[in-house]
Design a protein around this ligand. Structure first.
Ligand code: SF4
Ligand code: SF4
Length: 371
């Protein structure tokens, strides 16, 4: 008979430092929350995430008996500063397409279960973090992120992975709730540049930079361009400022060689000028929320980030990209970025482009010249 201790040992051998167990009971509070905030989470259902169905593990495995939660520390190694400044850390070593890291370790754990006669499923849409809290592995922050009770110096740089199995194991004592210290004056809420955090663990995901960067529609509204700062894909700001993360951020971590090796492909200038084959070969396998047909959004995001660097060194790339691209959303953002960086070279380019630009591009150029 497979014991809890044997399961924990197998998970540890697969590189998961922490493991928890919870029942198959529905995640009723999560279901209620999602139902009450349909307007904010409707986009998830629209892209096929079926979050409401995921609130009942029985929908995943009708004869399931336990949810085992594996804790992955995704920020175990340091990322190049140029990458962490523009991309959310949780996306930097994401192997869901390449299957050359975490996926292999999950597979090894599931193979162990199968060899012991236990069937398992790893559903994408189950509320993994709520499952982890119910398995006693951590608490939430007011920034809506999950903080470990035991690993990575109790920080939020963790990714809980829920595995539904058809074998009963004794559940752990839940630690569901917000675990922020009284003395923190809501640093995350104050720091959120787009006012996505609503307090007491509530967020409007549609205002979060992460959502805006890969699902935002059309040209980024003017009032969000500066607040979105240097981020191209994802955002870590509310984690970077959080005192619950300070201990881990102070740690001297070894460099993640895999991410360092691909950092050159993610230089802003290369992303701004990339064509479809470059994107499909070098970028999409690592950051895949935007398909090749959305290359315009990548370029718009990069142009916005370049503008917010205030670095005149990017003017040449922005000018070249204006002539390379027909898309009004990309051209419009390039005009904004040139206006934000400013200087005689940027101004001369905007004057030159003004007659060629029509509609929204012309408006953006005019506004940029007034900056
Ligand atoms: S990830 Fe960024 S935009 Fe989203 S809630 Fe946190 S600070 Fe705000
Ligand atoms: S910044 Fe403060 S309020 Fe926000 S999650 Fe961290 S400890 Fe909690």
């Amino acid at each position: 008979m497979l014991t809890r201790d044997q399961v924990v040992a197998a998970a540890n051998r697969s590189g998961f430092e922490d493991v928890g167990f919870t029942s198959m009971d529905p995640f009723a509070s999560q279901h209620d929350y999602l139902s009450a905030h349909r307007a904010e989470y409707g986009w998830a259902e629209a892209v096929g995430l079926e979050l409401l169905a995921g609130c009942d593990p029985k929908n995943v495995m009708p004869d399931g008996r336990t949810v085992i939660v594996l804790m992955e520390v995704y920020f175990r190694e340091a990322y190049p500063a140029a990458m962490a400044g523009h991309f959310g850390r949780c996306y930097l070593d994401d192997d869901r397409v390449t299957k050359d890291g975490l996926s292999r370790r999950i597979k090894a754990f599931r193979t162990f279960l199968r060899d012991h006669g236990v069937d398992s499923k790893v559903p994408f849409h189950l509320p993994h973090r709520v499952a982890a809290a119910r398995a006693g592995m951590g608490t939430f922050g007011k920034n809506c992120l999950f903080y470990s009770n035991r690993v990575a110096r109790r920080s939020s740089w963790v990714l809980p992975i829920a595995v539904v199995v058809d074998r009963a194991f004794e559940p752990d004592e839940p630690t569901v709730g917000i675990g922020c210290p009284e003395w923190c004056r809501n640093a995350c809420i104050a720091a959120c540049p787009t006012r996505a955090l609503k307090g007491n663990g509530r967020i409007d995901p549609r205002r979060c930079i992460s959502f805006l960067s890969y699902f935002g529609q059309g040209l980024t509204p003017p009032e969000l361009r500066e607040p979105m700062g240097l981020y191209v894909y994802g955002c870590d700001r509310c984690q970077n400022v959080c005192p619950r993360n300070a201990a881990w951020l102070a740690k001297d971590l070894p460099v993640n060689g895999k991410v360092a090796a691909k950092a050159g492909d993610f230089e802003l200038a290369k992303l701004l000028h990339m064509d479809r084959p470059y994107f499909e070969a070098r970028i999409w396998p690592h950051m895949f929320y935007m398909p090749a047909d959305d290359l315009w959004r990548w370029k718009m995001n990069v142009a916005r980030a370049m503008g917010n660097t205030l670095d005149p060194g990017y003017v040449g790339d922005l000018v070249r990209a204006f002539t390379e691209n027909d898309d009004a959303r990309v051209r419009g953002m390039i005009a904004w970025a040139l206006g934000r960086i400013g200087g005689p070279k940027a101004r001369a380019a905007l004057e030159r482009f003004r007659p060629a630009g029509g509609g929204v591009v012309r408006e953006e150029i005019s506004r940029a010249l007034e900056m």
